[in-house]
Write a protein that binds this ligand. Structure first.
Ligand code: HEM
Ligand code: HEM
Length: 199
């Protein structure tokens, strides 16, 4: 993928940058919703109409958050599939040759691991929900792909959660790298991916 504008650093195309920042925005909603909905549904204390203290509130808000999480998750899966096809066919701008090869290696590894998790996490979420028999967020009948098995669904959700935390760790490393490039090394790597209006 060659530079798509007149600039002295080879940048990602505007399509690649739109894919990147749309993914960031969706994940910015998806992670807090996932964590808060499971907290409401399993750990939140509330007082019921009889005045008893209970744990795990399954009201309309919790249901709405689960539906929103499933819907956004399916959108992320479709988006990342399109993004990966684009990435594999169009490539990326060449790496900055002034960077140590080890750093380039770590950054490529981080990027491909993030892609892998961005596919595997929603696939696991979808499979778990299918096993659980709850694949109709907001009444949208999504294709059921497995038999019902609630016990197995719980194991699949464990894997879903584990991978989500692994992705969070990689995102932290990735953002740390962006800060390092911008403020310590003071190079122009971050400009390769910033939205066009900012650069
Ligand atoms: C990239 C996309 C996704 C991310 C980053 C993500 C992240 C998360 C996170 C952080 C949790 C909370 C984990 C916990 O504390 O138990 C969670 C739970 C959950 N996710 Fe996702 N998720 C994604 C996609 C999906 C999809 C596509 C579905 C289903 C269609 C889904 C269904 C669920 C369900 C049902 C739970 C609750 C599991 C439980 O109650 O144990 N997720 N997800
Ligand atoms: C949810 C958070 C994020 C995810 C999942 C993510 C994911 C990715 C992925 C997969 C790539 C590789 C692109 C490719 O070669 O196809 C990438 C590149 C990049 N990201 Fe992010 N990113 C996130 C947040 C951020 C943030 C907050 C910044 C801050 C400026 C940032 C800056 C960059 C830059 C500069 C590149 C290009 C690196 C290079 O030129 O080698 N990302 N990101």
């Amino acid at each position: 993928m060659a530079s798509d504008r007149d600039h002295d650093v080879p940048v990602y195309t505007s399509t690649a940058r739109k894919f990147h920042w749309t993914t960031v925005l969706l994940l910015l909603a998806q992670f807090p919703i996932g964590l808060y909905m499971t907290y409401r549904g399993s750990a939140m204390e509330y007082v019921n109409e009889a005045g008893e203290t209970k744990v795990g509130l399954w009201d309309a808000t919790t249901g709405f958050l689960y539906d929103a999480h499933k819907t956004i998750g399916v959108i992320v899966l479709l988006l990342i599939t399109a993004r990966l096809i684009y990435r594999l066919t169009k490539g990326a701008p060449p790496s900055d040759r002034s960077l140590p090869p080890a750093l380039i290696g770590v950054s490529h590894l981080t990027h491909w691991l993030m892609y892998l998790l961005l596919i595997a996490i929603p696939v696991a979420g979808y499979l778990g929900t299918s096993y659980y028999g709850a694949l109709s967020p907001f009444g949208i009948p999504l294709p059921v792909v497995t038999a019902k098995d609630e016990k197995f669904a719980e194991q699949v959700f464990e894997v879903h959660e584990l991978m989500a935390f692994a992705l969070l760790a990689l995102i932290a490393l990735h953002i740390g790298a962006a800060i390092y490039h911008r403020f310590v090394r003071k190079d122009r790597i971050v400009e390769r991916m910033l939205p066009k209006k900012i650069v």
